[in-house]
Design a protein around this ligand. Structure first.
Ligand code: GLC
Length: 747
């Protein structure tokens, strides 16, 4: 009772400093009332309590009960106010109990903020982010994030460590699965959509989940595509390729960012004042807080820039890492360093303000139990309409790479359909490498989806062909036998969901193990074969693309995998996905991305001394933005409303798109721009716009883009946006490699 009275007294004191009506949500503008409220709370805090706000710990684990529990030691820390945030505590009962200790058994009763990796769904697991990017549908990404937020906040969670907005251009890197691909424009659009979906319209709303754009910054540029490896890139590449998607998240109002593991040009991203303070706060005005990645502060010793943990802690906090995820260095080392005058308390205070600002914006200071409503927990998770949307989105993400002889779509009345492959019946693969609270039992497998889709008279045969280690060919004969009995064969192959994601880089990105051999053996049966891929990265598919007539890239589609894949295979959904990342012909081409610079000797077949390989073309197997449909789209009449503009003017670009096929379909019209001659070399093209359009058979629509001046800007030598006079080329079409071209001048 005494604790509750004390808490209420503290809260009353704090609230006295602010007019409730003025207590607003949001982090992008300074609210004097909020700042006063925070300062008055700060003034009450001891140094240990301040540093406690910067300490994020795991839910404790009780060895006796073998479950997450509030151990005595942890309860003591909570009572002393030494913990500001908890990660991986899920469930209204659990979070209420932990929150109650922090709020009612501590001196100041400052609520904890609960974080969890809600990457592509909470319990309703959606396609992995790389797949979602392939839909080129920001509204759909926003809606999926919104559903995830509703489910997570109904389960006691306040904060997600998402969206992951790292640009990835090396498919060996396993975490390419968690991001939105290779392009800054597309990734920025998805980044903003995800933040808005997670955070909703008002952070104080019960279903709003604070977003965390990660991993700041350039984590995806790891040398050799090996996770956690060194990143060494130019400032221009940092500015033009790796920062924009984070800026987009901040501009969309993201409450937090997560600092990355990697060494960035010699200064680890989690101790980098240039990125964490000069850019993030100085240039962008970010007012939320930065949490480190898991033990990234401790890892400064391994990086070799800190001689001891005290140095690591002071470097990270001074650089701008406000909260330490696990590791416990801030709590253990900073109080003494501050007391001994070796670290300024002002830096601590500023980080505490940032953390309290987010907690205040969430409404936690007014209602610490805002996400502990068991009624919501029972009624808002894995709803039928959420699953229905997961099915729709999954189908939208699928990319038709090949369809020779229009083998697809299949007839649901086939007499016998063979389904072969170890992933066909997998409940784990469809969930991808980071499925949060997703459960295998929720998954509709490919086999189940196929069986549900075909007519009652269709016989569906199945053989795994090999097991999910992809190592053993003992099952080949049974697979060939199934193929021999079938009118058509679906080969469901790819990667296990633990072959991409964190710490899952691959030095060879071909189909793992014996799968290509399995394809070869199944082909000997002489039946039509469709290859359905479930994977978390681009794969090298040159051989498959020569031997298999139809290939559908399904990625890891989430809980509705089987229904969504069947919807596309049988034509209930006409595929519209477009690659958000380049598929190379071979490993030797990596890194390969569409927006390369021209070089002084661009490839010229007529000249030996130009940029090329002796043993392969420069072009990828499947380019960025590529994806087929069951219908055809024709582009014509590209025109600009002006041939010359002044700097600062917009320009309108129009094109006719016609559905020249026999079924309705969705096309993703892409617009690229090239600055032909500038003060620095510019990419041969850069995505500057896209529109999803659905056309009936025979329908023609004139599509219009309004190119704002920002589309022509690039950072000058002082990293300020500049538009330089000169010629620009405009490209519009169905992929980065299939475009109509025009041009205009900036005067
Ligand atoms: C991991 C990941 C990060 C995640 C965090 C918490 O190591 O790098 O993306 O959010 O730890 O699970």
């Amino acid at each position: 009772m005494a604790n509750t009275m004390r808490y209420l007294a503290t809260l009353a004191l704090v609230l006295l400093c602010a007019r409730p009506a003025a207590l607003t949500q949001g982090l992008r503008t300074v609210n004097p009332d909020v700042e006063r409220r925070i300062d008055s709370l700060l003034a009450l805090m001891t140094l240990e309590e301040k540093i406690g706000q910067l300490n994020q710990t795991l839910v404790d684990w009780d060895d006796k009960s073998k479950r997450h529990a509030v151990t005595e030691a942890w309860r003591t820390d909570l009572r002393k106010g030494l913990v500001g945030s908890v990660l991986n505590c899920v469930g209204t009962r659990e979070s209420r109990e932990v929150q109650r200790i922090a709020v009612e058994e501590s001196r100041l009763g400052i609520p904890l903020i609960f974080g969890l990796d809600v990457i592509h769904g909470f319990r309703t697991v959606f396609p992995i982010p790389l797949a979602a990017a392939a839909a080129w549908d920001t509204a759909a990404v926003r809606r999926a994030s919104r559903i995830a937020a509703v489910e997570a906040t109904a389960s006691g969670v306040h904060w997600t460590f998402a969206p992951m907005v790292d640009i990835a251009r090396d498919p060996r890197w396993g975490r390419i699965a968690e991001g939105f691909g290779e392009d800054p424009f597309l990734c920025s659009a998805m980044s903003a959509a995800a933040v808005r979906g997670f955070q909703g319209d008002r952070l104080r709303d019960p279903s709003s989940l604070v977003a965390c754009a990660k991993h700041f910054v350039a984590y995806g540029a790891a040398e050799a595509g090996r996770d956690y490896n060194t990143v060494d890139i130019s400032e221009r590449t940092l500015r033009e390729v790796y920062l924009p998607s984070f800026k987009s998240a901040v501009d969309a109002g993201a409450g937090t960012l997560m600092s990355a593991f990697n060494d960035l040009n010699g200064v680890p991203a989690s101790a980098n004042p240039y990125t964490l303070t000069a850019i993030l706060r100085g240039e962008w005005g970010f007012r939320g807080f930065v949490v480190s990645d898991w033990t990234a502060v401790t890892e400064l010793l391994a990086h070799g820039i800190a001689a001891d943990t005290g140095e690591a802690g002071t470097q990270a906090l001074r650089a701008g890492v406000d909260m330490e995820m696990v590791g416990g260095i801030y709590s253990a080392k900073l109080p003494a360093l501050v007391r001994n005058g070796k670290f300024p308390v002002a830096v601590v205070d500023e980080s505490v303000r940032r953390v309290l600002r987010v907690k205040e914006a969430l409404g936690l200071l007014d209602d610490p139990y805002r996400n502990c409503d068991s009624v919501r927990e029972r009624g808002e998770i894995l709803l039928p309409e959420s699953r229905a949307f997961a099915r729709t989105l999954a189908a939208e993400t699928m990319v038709l790479l090949r369809n020779e002889g229009k083998l697809l779509p299949l007839d649901k009345n086939l007499r016998t359909l063979g389904v072969i492959g170890p992933l066909a019946d997998s409940r784990h693969a469809p969930l991808g490498p980071w499925a949060g609270m997703g459960r295998p039992e929720d998954v509709v497998t490919v086999l189940a989806g196929i069986r549900a889709a075909v007519s009652p008279g269709t016989r569906v045969l199945h053989a795994p062909g090999c097991d999910s280690t992809f190592a053993d060919s003992a099952g080949f004969a049974a697979a060939v036998s199934v193929a021999a009995q079938s009118d058509c064969v679906l080969l469901v192959l790819g990667e296990r969901n633990d072959m991409s994601g964190e710490a899952a880089s691959r030095s060879d990105i071909g189909l793992p193990g014996v799968q290509r051999a399995l394809i070869g053996r199944v082909l000997t049966a002489g039946k039509p074969v469709v290859l359905v891929l479930m994977n978390g990265r681009p794969l090298t598919l040159a051989w498959e693309s020569e031997h298999v007539p139809a290939i559908l890239e399904a990625w890891f589609p989430g809980v509705e995998a089987g229904h969504a894949i069947a919807d596309v295979l049988f034509g209930d959904v006409n595929p519209s996905g477009k690659l958000p990342v380049t598929f190379p012909r071979s490993m030797g081409q990596i890194p390969i991305h569409y927006d390369a610079r021209n070089t002084g000797r661009p490839f010229d077949a007529a000249s030996h001394y130009t940029s090329k390989y002796l043993d392969a073309p420069n072009t990828p197997l499947y380019p960025f933005g590529f994806g087929l449909s069951y219908t055809e789209f024709a582009f014509s009449n590209l025109s600009l409303n002006r041939s010359a503009i002044r700097r600062g003017d917009s320009i309108a670009v129009s094109v006719d798109v016609r559905n020249s096929g026999d079924r309705a379909g969705t096309e993703i019209v892409q617009l690229y721009l090239r600055d032909v001659a500038a003060s620095v070399t510019r990419p041969v093209k850069q995505l500057k716009g896209f529109q999803r359009i659905t056309l009936k058979p025979g329908e023609t629509r004139r599509i219009r883009f309004l190119l704002h001046p920002s589309a022509m800007e690039f950072p000058d030598a002082r990293w300020q946006p500049v538009i330089e006079p000169g010629a620009f080329r405009v490209f519009v079409g169905t992929s980065s490699a299939d475009l109509l071209e025009s041009g205009f001048n900036v005067e």
